[in-house]
Ligand binder design. Sequence first.
Ligand code: PFF
Length: 486
Amino acid sequence: MTNDSQPRTQWLGRWGFVLAATGSAVGLGNVWKFPYMTGEYGGGAFVLVYLACILAIGVPVMMTEIALGRRGRGSPIDAIRRVTAESKGASAWSLLGWMAMLCGFMILCFYVVVAGWSFSYLWKMLTGGLAGSSVDDMAAIFGANNANPFNLGFWSTLVTVATMVIVGKGVQAGIEKSVSWMMPGMVVMLVIMIVYGAFSGGFGEAVQFLFAFNAGSLSSEGMLAAMGHAFFTLSLASGAILTYGSYLPRHASIGRTTLSVAVADTLVALMAGLAIFPVIFANGMEPGSGPGLIFMSLPLAFQAMPMGTLFGVLFFVMLSMAALTSSISMVEATVSWLTDNKGISRRTASWGIGIVLWVISTLAMLSFNVGADWTLAGKHFFDWLDYLTSRWMMPLGGLGVALLAGFVLNSESVREELGLSPAVHALWLFMVRYVSPLGIVVIFLDALGIATLEFGVQWPWLLLALAVITLIGELASPRLMRTLSA
Ligand code: PFF
């Protein structure tokens, strides 16, 4: 089935989808969130679990989302509804689409605040506001930047407006055009930073911190955080990739496309780590100092570099752009749903969403100043948005998508849509049926304190459980047998 009654926009160029999806994936998650989370959760073990989650959960789920989008040719809600109906599955599966759209919007509400930080640091760089600052000054500058709601509100409003302008312009002229030069620029900037880090001391310590595996250093909370971050960084279960997939031409290869996006995204995150931690260690800063980490550390490096101001400006331009190419993807799902179902224009939809976004993101922004005391269970509104989406909604959504594709959808349609070779298809099916769901469930159970996961000790049991579940699943599901022998 394809929903051909409704002609849908497609990416213009051969690289349109890859660029837009990479633009969505690569963002503040890689450069801001990954380093500070790695710092908070103790380094190597966190990185390892994160990488394992990208491979075992993120990649298969991303392929599935693109396939769902392309086959269903619509927003997450519509696409999932159509594809499920085609396989005579229960209509309740479209709730996954609703959750994804809500999740994308909730992320956006705090994302524009962080993107606002990036824009404000760009401004500080341009106007010399960071010159001559010491390690302690950097912390004070970050604090002062947050303390004034008008300042912070100004920058997040700017991001909101910029996002809506691009989305309002449409898929090709707005999104596709803007990503084609920003991604390469970001990579070049990171390489420059890494080279600087390699010569300025602290590099060995940074490599050690990022890649030395110390099993004892990762808590259950850290495992859940690593899994949630794998979803966040690949823009999964929040409508973005699925909706972008709905604009993907029929002939494009989903497997290859997914791999390029995932590899690019992972490389940028690791590069960001390698750029940032040398500065942290060389200056005796605290790796676990939280969300301000890159804003407090990188400007120090720029200060000490020849032509540092120029590099600093370029860096924050790239970071701000990377943030925008992600924020637009979070809006696209909702815009697409509104235009397809409510008969309103793309422009009206964008500005309507923009107004709601502005109100809620302002509340999130206030967590850093006047609303510093407005907490629930020790978390601000900003933290709650991040916590609920990354730790719970995205993994749950990913679990749903994997189970839907693995057990509910008609395997022939899925096979046709994914277009993988038989061996890769069998691997994908094994992943979405068993490995990804089990991985998600085990990490959830661990985080809820129902089961404890210890490196080294329980892995053999997990593998055994996987084997048993696979066996039961396969025996109970003749469909897979047919698929594999077809
Ligand atoms: N992947 C983006 C990043 O790493 O910054 C964040 C993101 C974009 C999450 C789009 C969710 C989404 F739908």
